[in-house]
Ligand binder design. Structure first.
Ligand code: FES
Length: 105
């Protein structure tokens, strides 16, 4: 099962196994990690699941136009910004690491 490393706003790092077909957002919410609010439940319309994709991102699809537009308005967005509900894990995902900003709430 793919593993995702979440660096939280308090600086702690949590390694979580996330089943294929679930998103990086799902892995956080299902393990009660703080920082990814996911207000819209994963339908790409709230941007409260914003993360910085630091490593292992080549297994994910490129962002859609919808995701790009939402990220334009995300506080503190950087080139590595993604909406974690759009990052769906597959067997090809190895060494995925994300940083969770403290601006999602
Ligand atoms: S959970 Fe709302 S955009 Fe990702």
């Amino acid at each position: 099962m793919p593993k995702v490393s979440y660096e939280l706003p308090d600086g702690t790092v949590h390694d979580v196994e996330v089943p294929c077909g679930q998103s990086v957002m799902d892995g956080s919410v299902r393990n009660n990690l703080p920082g990814i609010v996911a207000e819209c439940g994963g339908s790409c319309s709230c941007a409260t699941c914003h993360v910085f994709l630091e490593e292992g991102g080549s297994c994910f699809d490129e962002p859609t136009d919808e995701e790009r537009e939402l990220l334009e308005f995300a506080e503190g967005a950087r080139p590595s910004s993604r909406l974690s509900c759009q990052l769906i894990l597959t067997d090809a995902c190895v060494g995925v690491r994300v940083t969770v900003p403290d601006t999602n709430g």
